[in-house]
Design a protein around this ligand. Structure first.
Ligand code: SIN
Ligand code: FE2
Length: 217
């Protein structure tokens, strides 16, 4: 008997939820591939370590980040941008694992965005207390492609707002395996993550891993 099937994190029935025009929550969509994705994240992190980047204002981000793909997202005193080189190692970011490409393409298609081919995967690691303030993903060269966001490990509350920072945000609980896709008219919606509570997950321990796939260049 596979006891994991009865784990309280992962046993809730999966469903797809329409969030707004252009945005969908695909519940548990990554569940079958959770271990393979986490193993690939470990591989990436061996070549490009998780690090706490600095904001342009000089604050240390509470979320630790690394990247895979021909483009990686970077934040430092000079601002936010994509760069093909990991500033920590001076080398190109690790190649995007084929599993990531295929998974992101499939999730995007499920949400109505056929033909998604990301060139950047930002990997966020949240320890208890880590958070991401409301922001727009707007450092990409074009907003014609969706964002595919995969959540693994500890649960979190995702804030999904409007096109203006002051628009009200809905709170969406994200569990292990959940995928959120936003594009089209929702592409520039503000979003963030509330401080993550400690609730260790059997696969990740006291941490949450989030992957966001983007077409950056
Ligand atoms: C992000 O906005 O880059 C990440 C969102 C998340 O961690 O769920
Ligand atoms: Fe984001």
């Amino acid at each position: 008997m596979n006891l994991e099937l009865f784990d309280d994190f992962d046993s809730a029935p999966a469903a797809s939820e329409f969030l707004c025009e252009g945005a969908m929550l695909l519940q548990r969509f990554a569940l079958q591939e959770d271990k393979a994705i986490l193993a690939a994240v470990d591989q990436v992190a061996q070549h490009a370590a998780f690090r706490h980047m600095e904001t342009p204002g000089g604050l240390r981000m509470s979320v630790a980040m690394t990247c895979a793909g021909s483009q990686g997202w970077v934040s430092d005193r000079r601002g936010y941008r994509y760069d093909g080189i990991d500033p920590l190692s001076g080398r190109p970011w690790p190649k995007m694992p084929d599993l990531f490409l295929e998974f992101a393409r499939r999730a995007a298609a499920e949400a109505g965005f056929a033909g998604f081919h990301p060139d950047a995967c930002l990997i966020n690691r949240y320890e208890p207390g880590a958070k991401l303030s409301l922001h727009q993903d707007k450092d990409e060269a074009s907003f014609d492609h969706p964002i595919v966001s995969v959540s693994l490990g500890m649960p979190a509350v995702f804030l999904f707002g409007g096109l203006k920072r002051t628009d009200p945000a809905v709170r969406i609980p994200l569990m292990h395996g959940d995928v959120v896709v936003w594009g089209g008219p929702a592409r520039l919606r503000y979003h963030g993550v509330l401080p993550v509570k400690e609730r260790a997950h059997p696969l990740t321990g006291a941490c949450r891993i989030n992957l966001t796939f983007r077409k950056a260049a």
